[in-house]
Design a binder for this molecule. Structure first.
Ligand SMILES: *[C@@H]1O[C@H](CO)[C@@H](O)[C@H](O)[C@H]1NC(C)=O
Ligand SMILES: *[C@@H]1O[C@H](CO)[C@@H](O)[C@H](O)[C@H]1NC(C)=O
Length: 217
């Protein structure tokens, strides 16, 4: 094959890689966050979010939503561990006020790419058991090992509005959990078939809409 033709192929391959729009990546510096308000996005009751992140910080907010009646939901890192928190203020039958709180046991602030899934009353099918159950909780993968912290308890009347905050919120959730520092990419929600690419607010213009790959594989 002609050498210049191989050169042309290489140029095309690199061009396509950098134009990849299917895995948007954002870089956060701890001084701001993004807000998404996606078209026809329904954030009530069930959801399945997934994303990838990399950080060396021991604290930071990844995903946050709030609701009309004081409900809220947060995925965050505290003391280097992932936490999923759901506060549901509406009574669900005999269970009363029913939220959720799950914490991972393995440090995730290693600077490596970590994949995380957050489930809220989301139907998950177990192919082996042949059952479908509404699953709530946290599933994450660190260094090839997947850790799961979920339950299948009924939850109803979860009312969260359609604004989804990524990488922070206008106020800190606690003394320690505030804006995130690091990279977050490939944010998706399965029920709405949503890809989080186009945001409605970049607070202070401080979040950068690309990620520098230092060690491309
Ligand atoms: C997080 O970012 C917001 C928006 O830029 C800013 O107002 C707030 O002070 C930041 N929080 C911290 C703890 O730095
Ligand atoms: C989950 O599946 C069950 C049985 O197919 C169905 O009754 C229920 O409404 C589903 N739940 C959600 C949140 O879609």
């Amino acid at each position: 094959m002609d050498v210049s033709f191989i050169g042309l192929l290489l140029v095309l391959a690199v061009g396509l890689t950098s134009a990849d729009n299917t895995n948007p990546c954002f870089t956060f510096y701890g001084n701001g966050y993004l807000r998404f308000h996606l078209d026809k996005f329904d954030n009530s009751n069930s959801a399945h979010y997934s994303l990838k992140f990399a950080t060396t910080a021991s604290h930071g907010l990844l995903i946050y939503s709030e609701g009309l009646h004081g409900d809220d939901e947060a995925l965050y890192i505290r003391n280097g561990r992932l936490v999923y928190h759901l506060f549901n203020s509406s009574p669900s039958g005999v269970e009363g006020y029913f939220g959720a709180h799950f914490m991972g046991e393995v440090p995730v602030n290693t600077g490596d790419q970590i994949e995380v899934h957050m489930y809220r009353s989301f139907n998950v099918t177990d192919e082996v058991q042949r059952t479908t159950q509404e699953q709530t909780g946290l599933v994450y993968t660190v260094g090839g090992t997947t850790y799961s912290h979920v339950d299948f308890r009924p939850r109803i009347g979860i009312s969260l509005n359609d604004d989804v905050y990524v990488g922070g919120y206008k106020q800190s959730l606690s003394d320690t959990v505030g804006n995130f520092t690091g990279q977050i990419s490939s944010i998706r929600e399965e029920k709405n078939e949503a890809l989080f690419r186009t945001f409605s607010l970049n607070s202070g213009g401080s979040v950068s809409t690309n990620c520098l790959t230092i060690n491309p594989v």
